[in-house]
Ligand binder design. Structure first.
Ligand code: GAR
Length: 190
């Protein structure tokens, strides 16, 4: 059976772009849609350039109705991938896609996770804590921020002189290298 991915983004969408490219000629897995809470998200343009339909929604549509879920159902979506999506997934999503929602976090959870921990804030906190390593965590999504079952972690070293921006770059390289392949493994092993 063919598996159909919807990617949720809020910003740049560099991971979404890698994921779309990874599955472009895949036999049984397709990215069918990119959705965002942010009409200005650069990732929407990246998706459109790659001929992937896009959809923007607001908080009411997302949180206080089944509207977004209906869009996913109509498109036959089987798996939801979060790639820099900053809103908490409401319970109706978790119920509709049990164990079928995955997220990437730019640090080694359970450290440096939780509400408000995203993007550069995470790398600034890692630097301030004097960590000697950081990395990525790919995990299933449940009803709380950054707490679902961990599927994969990849690490990189932090040098004393590294700035948060340099740490961000190292982490982004890991994300681009690992996230698409881990998604494929996750879907095919379910
Ligand atoms: C990624 O680094 C991702 O790990 C992070 O947002 C960035 C999105 O980059 N997600 C979080 O911080 C979630 N808490 P992208 O838009 O270029 O893919």
């Amino acid at each position: 059976m063919s598996q159909r991915i919807a990617i949720f983004i809020s910003g740049s969408g560099s991971n979404a772009e890698r994921i779309i490219a990874h599955f472009q000629n895949h036999q049984s897995i397709q990215v069918v849609m990119v959705l965002s809470n942010n009409a200005e998200a650069q990732g929407l343009q990246r998706a459109a350039r790659l001929n992937i339909p896009t959809q923007v929604f607001n908080k009411i549509q997302f949180r206080e109705s089944d509207e977004v879920i209906q869009i996913l159902k109509t498109a036959g979506v089987t798996h939801v991938v979060l790639a820099g999506f900053l809103w908490l997934m409401p319970p109706n999503f978790i119920e509709t896609f049990p164990h079928r929602i995955i997220n990437i976090h730019p640090a080694l959870l359970p450290k440096f996770g939780g509400k408000g921990m995203y993007g550069m804030r995470v790398h600034e906190a890692v630097k301030a804590a004097g960590e000697t390593e950081t990395g990525i965590t790919i995990h299933e999504v449940d009803a709380r921020y950054d707490e679902g079952k961990i599927l994969s972690q990849q690490k990189c070293a932090i040098e004393k002189a590294d700035t948060p921006a340099q740490i961000a770059l190292k982490v982004q390289q890991l994300e681009h290298q690992y996230y698409p392949a881990i998604i494929e493994k996750w879907i095919t092993s379910l």
